[in-house]
Design a protein around this ligand. Structure first.
Ligand code: ADP
Ligand code: MG
Length: 357
């Protein structure tokens, strides 16, 4: 298909200009369309062109992607320092909105799969987490919520020297803070409890179906048992069960249709990594400290209560990220709102942050 040529039409910008991109191969396929690796003869470089499906809903959302990514690139990250993909061009081609991005490497999911899902070395977990937080801090400054952060949307980025880095891509689900958004945001496996439980309100049947399809979150951070308020979508709708309550509940057979989630513990996450069991005591002290710091870091990110969950800025000061010695549970300082120049007029309805991972 290398003879397939995309002509660029910048009508959307009211500019008359035409460039051509020669399609080399397909890079990925998603809900919104396809992504092709293309050769840009004008700059003598490869670009990744996302071809959006030509349906009104996808077109509208892609316009959001273009607008907000442009705002992020130009106003909030002019020097390309904050690990957000660069948009190079956009145009209409045969009724498809197309967006050209800088060419990046594999996504993290592909990387993990190649590694038989055994995870990454600690140094990469730390570096990538730091860089993703950096991107999220900038987005929060801009009043922009990504809504689809997941390994498939984090790409390996070439950096100067031999260091490895990542960039956040796919602003195809993006929205502005304080604006009403769809209830079905976030990919199923990574959906936060407040979205899962649906504020304000979601029919219990939908909730149950969603919960059955999710489960991962609860498997790792413990059980959740909706009280009667959950049906009304009140903010006190969920709580973590104590060990005693879990035992009491597990001893009775859960009725069919009763909301039931498997119990789990955050520190089990660590055993799925290729490192030795912490309790074996045969890890070097520094690695043991790293593991403990990582578990404590994750604790703040998967906090049930979105108002207590750490904001990207708060998380960025965790010893796991800064590399300081980990001496005990991290307590973030209260975040003072930072409203930098250039921020769109957006009301902050989400002071606790809470859209991390
Ligand atoms: P969708 O909204 O359909 O998920 P994405 O923007 O996430 O679309 O792109 C789908 C896939 O295409 C990504 O997971 C990635 O593998 C690949 N891809 C997207 N952008 C780039 C890029 N700039 N460089 C390399 N590969 C990319
Ligand atoms: Mg994607």
């Amino acid at each position: 298909n290398s003879d397939l040529i995309l002509y660029v039409n910048l009508e959307l910008l009211n500019k008359k200009s035409s460039r051509r991109y020669v399609v080399q191969e397909m890079l990925g396929q998603g809900t919104f369309g396809q992504v092709a690796k293309c050769w840009d003869a004008e700059t003598n470089s490869y670009v990744a062109v996302k071809v959006i499906k030509n349906q009104p809903a996808f077109y509208q959302q892609a316009i959001m992607e273009v607008s907000l990514l442009r705002l992020l690139n130009e106003k909030f990250d002019p020097d390309d320092e904050h690990h957000i993909v660069r948009m190079l061009d956009f145009f209409l081609y045969q009724n498809h909105l197309c967006i050209a991005f800088e060419m990046l490497g594999n996504n993290l999911y592909e990387l993990l799969k190649r590694n038989s899902l055994r995870g990454l070395q600690m140094k990469y977990v730390r570096t990538f987490s730091r860089q993703i937080l950096d991107a999220l801090i900038i987005m929060k400054d801009a009043g922009i919520i990504h809504c689809d952060l997941k390994p498939e949307n984090i790409l390996i980025a070439p950096t100067v020297k031999t260091a490895v880095g990542v960039k956040v891509i796919d602003f195809g689900s993006v929205c502005m803070e304080g604006k009403t958004i769809y209830s079905y945001i976030q990919s199923r496996y990574y959906r936060s409890p407040e979205v899962l439980l649906g504020y304000p309100g979601q029919p219990p049947d939908d909730l149950l179906r969603e919960a059955k399809n999710t489960g991962k979150f609860f498997k790792h951070v413990g059980s959740i048992y909706p009280s009667s308020e959950a049906r009304n979508g009140a903010s006190s709708a969920y709580r973590i069960l104590s060990e005693d309550e879990i035992e009491a509940r597990d001893s009775k057979k859960p009725k069919v249709g009763r909301w039931y989630f498997p119990r789990g513990r955050l520190d089990r996450l660590i055993y799925t990594y290729p490192w030795k069991n912490l309790s074996e005591g045969n890890l070097p002290e520094t690695e043991k400290a790293d593991c403990l710091a990582l578990v404590d870091f994750l604790r703040g990110l998967v906090e049930f209560d979105p108002n207590k969950r750490w904001s990207p800025l708060q998380a960025s000061y965790h010893p796991f990220i800064t590399g300081e010695a980990f001496t005990g549970p991290y307590e973030p300082v209260q975040e003072t709102p930072r409203i930098p120049v250039g921020r769109a007029a957006v009301v902050d309805h989400n002071p606790g942050g809470g859209h991390l991972l």
